[in-house]
Design a protein around this ligand. Structure first.
Ligand SMILES: Nc1ncnc2c1ncn2[C@@H]1O[C@H](COP(=O)(O)OP(=O)(O)O)[C@@H](O)[C@H]1O
Ligand SMILES: [Mg+2]
Length: 340
């Protein structure tokens, strides 16, 4: 009986604070854990606090709707067109987006972990295949089509309403001329990648080529064994190549954007995904001129990104999480109220 990486990190942080972390019930499940310290008790579900509401979760999981609400409150959010369950991508809105931007991103509206996200969509045929894949993976068969945003990924961790850490997440990009299969095998040789079946404190995970990557490649008309052709930029959107702590480099106003986004959606413990050039995050949002934007708020943030970065300082996000859930002295008060 071994906890998942996240639960191992929660349990270790609890121990560091003198608190207990134990399984709930007799069968081992990673889904729930009881934290206790003296009279204080909290049941958490992964990194969901006991205060999080179903309303906030559902709202944040709907990327298009939550962005619309956050944009109305003045936050710099990525634009996008929602393709409903009819799957019609031939309307003027999508065509206009493609004509204006040249390169689009297609993703399930209710997705996570980067699964089904295609970032190199430049023609209608690829768009149709990306739509089919994203739609098949989406809860409501809804697909979001949005402009490709140049730059990198910034993840901001918010705990109890406070932005506590920021990390740059670099995705693996497949090189031209070699097969995806060979490149994934090389990436998997990295000792910093662990496996789900034997959870450990590795910062990254093994990439399972057969599971997701084959379907991802099909969107571009490619196969696992064939060399990546020139002109194709295939990013493995669900995986990491490096995770670089940027907490001290991100401008406080961007951290405030992340905290506000969580606050408005009622997400007390969240991971905010932003995208743009790293230099844009060093200055205030107003000077980024729309080049850096908010993509989504994750309700179950991968807090290990900040505790186990591959470069830079580890941040005590799990201690902050445990202190918040148990409401230890000095921790922020419960703040999961949907306020948009
Ligand atoms: N508009 C975009 N421009 C460029 N890359 C993007 C864009 N949207 C998503 N991506 C890539 O796909 C990843 C996953 O996208 P995201 O919107 O966070 O969906 P998910 O809910 O699956 O995490 C991002 O971290 C980034 O690497
Ligand atoms: Mg994301």
């Amino acid at each position: 009986m071994v906890w998942s990486r996240t639960n191992q990190l929660i349990a270790a942080a609890a121990e560091g604070l003198g608190a207990r972390a134990e399984p709930l019930g007799r069968e081992h499940t990673d889904y729930f854990m009881r934290l206790s310290l003296g009279e204080r008790r909290a049941i958490v579900s992964k990194t969901r606090s006991p205060f999080l509401t179903q309303v906030a979760q559902g709202l944040a999981n709907n990327k298009h709707l939550s962005r619309e609400l956050l944009r109305a409150r003045g936050l710099p959010c990525a634009e996008g067109v929602l393709v409903d369950e009819s799957g019609d991508i031939h309307g003027p809105a999508v065509r206009e987006l493609l004509a204006r931007h040249g390169r689009l991103v297609v993703k399930p509206n209710w997705g996570n972990r980067g699964v089904g996200v295609a970032t190199d969509v430049r023609d209608l045929a690829t768009l149709a295949r990306a739509r089919d894949r994203a739609r098949g993976l989406d809860l409501d068969e809804e697909v979001l089509v949005e402009p490709f945003i140049a730059g990198t990924n910034l993840r901001v961790a918010v705990i109890g309403g406070q932005a506590v850490a920021a990390a740059e997440v670099v995705r693996p990009k497949l090189q031209v001329g070699r097969s995806a299969e060979a490149q994934v095998a090389a990436l998997n040789g990295d000792p910093r990648r662990g496996t789900w079946s034997a959870p450990s404190l590795c910062p990254m995970d093994q990439i399972e080529a057969e599971e997701d990557l084959a379907g991802h490649l099909e969107v571009y008309g490619l196969e696992l064994e064939a060399p990546i052709p020139a002109g194709r930029e295939v990013e493995i959107t669900g995986e990491e190549l490096e995770v670089i702590d940027r907490t001290d480099e991100v401008h406080p106003e961007w951290l405030a954007v992340a905290a506000s986004a969580c606050d408005l959606l009622g997400v007390d413990v969240g991971g905010v995904d932003l995208r743009g050039p790293m230099a844009a995050f060093a200055g205030p949002p107003a000077s980024a001129a729309g080049a850096a934007l908010l993509l989504e708020v994750n309700v179950v943030p991968a807090l290990h990104l900040h505790a186990l970065p591959t470069q830079g300082r580890a941040r005590p996000v799990f201690a902050a999480f445990v202190a918040y859930c148990l409401q230890l002295p000095g921790a922020p008060p419960p703040c999961a109220v949907v306020g948009v």
